[in-house]
Design a protein around this ligand. Structure first.
Ligand code: GDP
Ligand code: MG
Length: 809
């Protein structure tokens, strides 16, 4: 708890002082040191300020100041001790804790605070792609996604690690190039640092790209935080033969630098040791010259910063949370968020006008606007520091050398596109042909299980539910797991190798024509896997307009959940030699419609400016098999989870709707027609008359609103009524032939089947996707719009195809 929460007469012990350097230093100098006991003596009439007793003397603090001091109350200390005692298996807790009257002794209080203070909150900050998540996974044993393009991490992820008696709470933040208010991520990271006041920041610096990475470092230094720099990718740095005295560089920036390789874990131990040293305020061994410094931006800018700072400092309370120097610099950079914050202060106007004249002064002296001048000064500092530290680029193998060769082929004007589409073709081809084998095995297994249930259980609803509901529903979807895993393996490979970024690069021009952005391409491709993470991945797109349009057209990307129904219907209705073609035509139709809709949306619906294409092309890295296996498995697990959850429930519901009211004497077909599901299907049949769908197709569409896999599983249930299907499941061609006979008997032609597939492709994405759209756009309005427009579009397109097809044949 915070010191400000203690009531008059209560006692607490100091755990740590939060906030940035300047403030913390002052508070610590006043005697607020870890383990010291504070007593609340007196609250002023308005609760502010409050008089405290510490180290035998009395002191008064404002509420805001006290809110930045973490303390442990006697109660908390007692609880901690009790827990500890319980862990050690002591039964007589009351004896081991506190004095006879139940109070905690100062000695115990002190001990508890020390224990508590052995928790260090660490935030990982760095450019995209510098290895933050790799460190996070390595240290915490988590399995977060690492990827070789920017924007893989879109949320703050928390993990824990233990080292040398300390508990580390690690937060993996999204990658940012700077801390300006340019993209949502930058704002997010800034907010995380300021609001959550991590004890230590690990600034991960890509050593093979050091100049640009240090730009962010300069801003972190401005914020006056406790920072440890991890010079990551040091393996590449060394193999290139680059030279750098990182100890000198660290001194120049006032932060200790530790060379690391997060791929192998090299340097991680030293990094954490250094974090502990910095946290405890101890000198770092071998890096004794480290102390906080102000980076010198040159005479004119420094003068301006001082002027603005003086005006800001008139507000005592702002200093506890923000470094006034950082705020001043941000104001000079015309940072909108900083301006907003300052305007809420009583002397906001004065601060802004001081800023304006300071900016004018910079303009006059440097012939540059203040924003550019500061940026140039920062790069100047970096350049000078690197020179000072003897930074030299090696001449041996350049990481980028190979990359350049590969890039000259992959992004080539003539062969770039064919290569890209060839890759996509291979991806789908392998997915379907290679995936066929394990799929057949699974299919045989499911069939055998169904047989076994049918032969062992007595007749009745339970047997019918297990055989037709569960096995028929979940079983018909689970067989697609291998293909989904293969597809994800390909997508993981594209992400991890760096090819995905190139795909975005070569697609940028095309994307622009659609009113989108090159960066939109990555989420769109991810959409082939699953729309939900794809919607979340749009966060890297800076322009709100491109982002919104991308989100809206994403559901048209055919996600893997739609694959089961495609395979089932295509296998049933189309000859083997046309199957790939039909499949591709579906994907193509989705893409085409996405192009069309995004043009329409950018023209009439979503207004705003285009942003220029800023996208890093990281060097190619061969993905580790472990990382790829992990990503692929993560996806597979999610799929299985869906299987056991929503799909299982939906299958049983669909089965029950078809089974009840039950009449044993009726043949299966007639039984279904008179069941609840038959009535529902019949009721909505007129809506789908223009498409030629029958009630069974309608029912599966309704069931598919929850998740698209359910379309296939519902079909499985609806057609599983005949004993022969279950008997023959081991052989796909036979099964499809049976299904075809049944469906043809219902009047379904290949044309209707195709219109139906189009409808499945386009209509209502799924509940999870709609929820993600709401989350990302922040409004139900857009979520509802996405749901409605896709369904309407699906209706129109499938009706057109069927009607035109009828005319032609
Ligand atoms: P993030 O965007 O900062 O979270 O970076 P990631 O952790 O996703 O890593 C980006 C890429 O760099 C991945 O392909 C990692 O395998 C790779 N990587 C991370 N650390 C190192 C390292 O020290 N050396 C090398 N060679 N590659 C690394
Ligand atoms: Mg990451």
């Amino acid at each position: 708890m915070r010191l400000s929460e203690l009531k008059t007469g209560e006692k607490g012990v100091i755990v740590k002082v939060l906030g940035h350097g300047g403030f913390r230093k002052r508070i610590v100098e006043m005697g607020f040191i870890r383990g010291k006991i504070v007593t609340v003596l007196l609250n002023a009439p308005l609760q502010d300020p409050v008089k405290y007793k510490i180290m035998g003397y009395e002191i008064s603090l404002r509420h805001t100041e006290a809110a930045m001091i973490e303390v442990m109350s006697t109660n908390e200390a007692r609880q901690l001790e009790e827990e500890e005692a319980r862990k050690l298996g002591m039964t007589e807790i009351s004896d081991s804790v506190g004095t006879e009257d139940g109070n905690v002794t100062d000695e115990q209080l002190h001990r508890a605070a020390i224990k508590k203070s052995h928790t260090i909150n660490v935030a990982l900050v760095g450019n995209p792609n510098c290895g933050k998540t790799s460190l996070f996974n390595f240290a915490s044993g988590a399995h977060e996604r690492v990827g070789n393009y920017s924007g893989v991490t879109v949320d703050a992820k928390e993990g824990h690690a233990q080292f040398e008696g300390y508990q580390f709470n690690l937060v993996d933040l999204p990658g940012t190039y700077s801390l300006s208010a340019y993209s949502p991520e930058e704002l997010y990271v800034r907010k995380q640092i300021i609001e959550n006041t991590p004890d230590v920041i690990i600034n991960v610096i890509d050593a093979s790209n050091i100049e640009r990475n240090l730009y962010l470092t300069t801003q972190l230094v401005d914020m006056n935080l406790k920072i440890v720099g991890a010079l990551n990718m040091f393996d590449e740095f060394e193999s290139r033969g680059d030279k750098l005295d990182y100890n000198v560089l660290g001194e120049l920036f006032g932060i200790p630098l530790v060379p690391t390789v997060f791929k192998s874990g090299r340097g991680v131990e030293e990094l954490f040791k250094t974090v502990i040293d910095i946290y405890e305020g101890r000198p770092v061994p071998g890096k004794s010259g480290i102390r906080h410094i102000h980076l010198n931006h040159g005479k004119y800018i420094e003068q301006s910063i001082e002027d603005v700072k003086k005006e800001i400092q008139k507000n005592e309370q702002i200093r506890y949370k923000y470094s006034t120097r950082f705020l001043s610099i941000k104001l000079l950079e015309k940072d909108a968020k900083a301006e907003e914050l300052v305007m809420s202060l009583p002397n906001g106007r004065e601060i802004i006008s001081t800023r304006d004249s300071a900016a004018e002064y910079i303009m006059k002296e440097t012939k540059e606007d203040s924003e550019t001048a500061i940026m140039n000064a920062k790069y100047g500092i970096i350049h000078g520091a690197l020179h000072e530290a003897g930074c030299e680029e090696g001449t041996k193998t350049d990481t980028y050398q190979t990359t350049h060769v590969i890039d000259s082929i992959i992004t080539n004007r003539y062969i770039g596109f064919p290569l890209f589409f060839l890759f996509l073709y291979i991806m789908f081809e392998v997915t379907f042909t290679l995936g066929q084998y394990p799929m057949d095995w699974l299919d045989a297994g499911v069939g055998a299980l169904g047989d076994w249930i049918k032969s062992t259980l007595p007749d009745g609803p339970l047997k019918a539910m297990l055989a037709d509901g569960v096995i028929g529903g979940v079983g018909s979807v689970i067989v697609f797991l291998p293909q989904i895993l293969i597809l994800y393996a390909f997508i993981s490979f594209m992400e991890d190798s760096g090819y995905m970024a190139r795909a975005a690069f070569i697609m940028d021009k095309l994307m622009h024509k659609m009113g989108l952005h090159g960066k939109s391409f990555i989420p769109l491709i991810m959409g082939f896997g699953c729309n939900v993470p794809a919607v979340m991945a749009t966060r890297t797109i800076e322009s709100r307009r491109s982002r919104l349009i991308t989100i809206l057209v994403l559901p048209l990307m055919s996600c893997s959940a739609r694959m089961p129904i495609y395979i089932m219907i295509i296998g049933t209705f189309f000859a083997a030699k046309y199957q790939s073609l039909i499949m591709i035509s579906l994907y193509a139709a989705g893409i085409l419609l996405a192009v069309l809709m995004s043009r329409i949306f950018s023209r009439w619906l979503v207004k705003g400016d285009d942003t220029p294409f800023v996208m890093e092309l990281p060097p190619y890295r061969f993905p580790t098999a472990k990382a790829m296996a992990r990503h692929t498995w993560e996806k597979g697990r999610q799929y299985l989870k869906k299987m056991g959850g929503i799909i299982l429930v939906a299958s049983i519901i669909v089965w029950a709707l078809g089974y009840f009211p039950h009449n044993d004497s009726l043949p299966p077909q007639a039984q279904q027609e008179q069941s609840y599901i038959g009535h529902i299907g019949k009721a909505i049949e007129p809506v789908f008359r223009p498409q030629g769908f029958d009630w069974k197709l309608d029912v599966s569409l309704i069931a598919g609103v929850g998740a698209k896999e359910i379309v296939a599983s519902t079909m499985g249930v609806l057609y599983a009524d005949d004993e022969t299907v279950a008997d023959e499941t081991a052989d796909n061609t036979k099964k499809y032939e049976l299904l075809r006979q049944k469906m043809t008997a219902d009047g379904i032609t290949p044309l209707i089947a195709f219109a139906y597939l189009l409808f499945v492709l386009i209509y209502f994405p799924c509940i999870a996707t709609i929820a993600a759209v709401k989350g990302e756009t922040g409004s139900w309005r857009w979520a509802a719009f996405a749901a409605i427009y896709t369904t309407a579009l699906a209706w129109v397109v499938s009706a057109c195809v069927y009607q035109i097809g009828c005319l032609l044949s």
